[in-house]
Ligand binder design. Structure first.
Ligand code: FES
Length: 385
């Protein structure tokens, strides 16, 4: 046994590379209520947050191991008053620093402070291309104008403008207007990411999953804009991410379990992906173990490394080194067993669930106001249930 109390399974150490990406989920607090939030459903019971000093210790340990990129996210990371201090600490350690924000709570003064602290990159998320739909999805009537103002301010401060839109059945048909807005705001990079189904999005899946026709039309529109914008110097990167639910092979989630990505929750739980805390797997805390111990030696981070854990059909699949059997969290959410092949894969015996969800998307009529919004009251209700 290791002095930390964790079983020592260091045999894997030479084969395991350091975590290149550290995601610091600074808080679950958020002024918005997006029904597709990937935060856990029971976030309201997680009151505690790491202190400034505890976060900085995590950054130091991650850098020592070789991490190069850090994302500050949440919840809404701007609610942490020590954000400039955390950015400066990460930057001084040599991290490339990303702020992933809704823009709510951002001010010109804060952008200045972040720039002085050395922040490299800001990504602002929008819910839609117009005020009314944005308000309906975010649960906040003032959010859209604030986002517009802050997107302009971010650009004025010389940051590359990175906009993120989460697409679903209620906004994907406005994709041309979304791209037009991105052009108007002079965005450099735009991520049009169709909703993936974790946390609140999974709870609302029936009301969010687009139809295949909606996806196909959106792809066409993106293609047309790419052709139109080529060589203009605008919209250098227009990324469109389709949902797993319309694939026949699963994604190699997180680039592999415990391969490049390490996430730390607000209260200090270390995870191989942002959704893994829902799994029936014990994950360690940064308050009780060093990141080195966590990454190389902990049970949770070793659980799905390599291929020995795989049952069929993944074990003998020629694509297992590419997709690692897909997403463990999705396998757990849909089949109740995280060891199973991701049902997105057509070789999975559970693939019928994905086909049924596609069918359901053709006939459901769930409206935005019928979705479960991510807020404390709902979280407490669901947790009690
Ligand atoms: Fe957890 Fe895919 S989100 S493994």
């Amino acid at each position: 046994m290791h002095k930390s109390g964790l079983p020592s399974v260091n045999l894997l150490k030479p084969a395991v590379k350091p975590p290149l990406w550290l995601l610091a989920e600074l808080t679950y607090r958020c002024p918005l209520q997006c029904p597709y939030c990937s935060n856990p459903l029971d976030f309201a019971k997680q009151e505690k947050e790491l202190t400034t000093a505890q976060w900085i210790k995590v950054f130091e340990e991650a850098r020592e191991m070789g991490s190069v990129q850090i994302g500050f996210s949440g919840g809404e990371p701007l609610v942490r008053k020590d954000l400039p201090e955390l950015i400066r600490a990460a930057r001084d350690l040599g991290f490339y620093t990303n702020l992933i924000t809704s823009g709510i709570g951002l001010t010109e003064k804060k952008i200045d402070a972040f720039a002085q602290a050395g922040l490299d990159h800001i990504q602002i998320s929008f819910q839609a291309s117009d005020e009314e739909l944005n308000a309906a999805l975010a649960g906040n009537a003032k959010a859209f104008q604030q986002k517009l103002a802050m997107a302009k301010a971010v650009k004025a401060h010389g940051y590359p403008m990175v906009l993120n839109f989460v697409l679903h059945r209620h906004n994907i048909d406005q994709i041309d207007k979304i791209i037009d807005l991105s052009i108007e705001l002079d965005a450099d990079d735009v991520e049009l990411a169709t909703c993936q189904f974790y946390g609140w999005a999974q709870l609302n899946r029936e009301g969010l999953l687009p139809t295949r026709e909606q996806i196909a039309r959106a792809e066409d529109v993106v293609h047309q804009y790419r052709e139109k914008m080529a060589g203009t110097g605008n919209l250098a990167n227009l990324l469109f991410v389709t949902p797993d639910y319309y694939e026949e092979r699963p994604k190699g989630c997180m680039g592999g379990w415990g391969a490049i990505f390490l996430s730390v929750t607000p209260e200090g739980m270390a995870l191989p992906c942002h959704s893994a805390r829902q799994l029936p797997v014990e994950f360690p805390s940064v308050l009780e173990n060093t990141l080195q111990e966590i990454w190389y030696d902990s049970f949770g981070f070793n659980k799905y490394r390599g291929f020995d854990w795989m049952p069929e059909p993944c074990r003998s699949c020629s694509e297992k080194e590419k997709d690692f059997g897909g997403c463990r969290c999705q396998a757990f959410m849909l089949t109740g067993n995280a060891d199973n092949a991701d049902p997105v894969c057509s070789k999975s015996e559970h693939h019928g669930m994905i086909l049924a969800a596609r069918e359901q998307a053709n006939c459901t009529n769930i409206q935005i106001n019928q979705l479960q919004f991510r807020n404390r009251a709902n979280s407490q209700l669901i947790f009690k249930g």
